[in-house]
Design a protein around this ligand. Structure first.
Ligand SMILES: [Fe+2]
Ligand SMILES: [Fe+2]
Length: 216
């Protein structure tokens, strides 16, 4: 399959996955939350993601031969730390210790699965395309006017959304450029599917932890 058409198909798959959250946004998006104690829990979880994202991207730099992708990974890793700093400050202002948090098992598993990808196109597919694609879709949804997000939550995510939107089509461009063989495309398909399966479980786990008060 032509790699451009293939990249478009993968992006469309992620976009379709996102649609299920439009009418039923998860706790992860902050939208269904009504109490600050719930919101700070979600923010702690999402702060953990920012730091872990930086670690994963950084760990890939050396083993990514494509210099253009390598450079973007380095930039993104730096960006993730800026996002972390924003959330960290907001949590401190709310009187919450930002790092008093253990990742939910599904959350740790999701990032470990990203990290374990070894090829450039699988990495791009699992994390920037399918992982961050869904995350940024939900940020966009939560920032829409009329959602139940107080300004202290909205404000850091406005800045984060700007960064993420800025390189929204980047993973798709990498796939169009480098996912050219049937074998690569098959691996990318699996990486996208894996990422979405784990994302779903992560969101369900945040719902149970924050809304139902379970351990995870
Ligand atoms: Fe981020
Ligand atoms: Fe990001």
């Amino acid at each position: 399959m032509d790699s451009k058409a293939f990249a478009d198909e993968m992006a469309a798959q992620v976009a379709e996955f996102c649609q299920q959250f439009k009418d039923q946004p998860p706790a992860y998006s902050y939208i269904p939350l009504t109490e600050d104690a719930q919101r700070t829990k979600v923010m702690q979880a999402r702060l953990w993601n920012e730091v872990r994202a930086a670690e994963v991207l950084g760990s890939w730099i050396k083993t990514t031969p494509e210099r253009d992708v390598k450079a973007t990974m380095a930039e993104s890793a730096h960006e993730e730390f800026k996002h972390a700093a924003l959330l960290e400050q907001v949590l401190r202002d709310k009187g919450v210790e930002p790092y008093d948090y253990e990742p939910l098992p599904a959350q740790a598993a999701m990032f470990n699965a990203f990290e374990s990808q070894t090829g450039t196109v699988e990495r791009m597919a699992a994390f920037p395309l399918a992982g961050e694609g869904v995350a940024d879709f939900l940020i966009g949804l939560s920032l829409e006017p009329g959602t139940n997000l107080p300004e202290w939550v909205r404000s850091p995510y406005r800045a984060i959304h700007e960064d993420e939107e800025g390189h929204g089509s980047y993973p798709q461009e990498v796939l169009a450029k480098y996912a050219s063989t049937p074998e690569q495309q098959a691996r990318v398909r699996r990486a996208v599917a894996m990422s979405l399966v784990l994302r779903k479980e992560f969101f369900a786990s945040v719902d149970r932890w924050v809304i139902e008060g379970k351990a995870w």
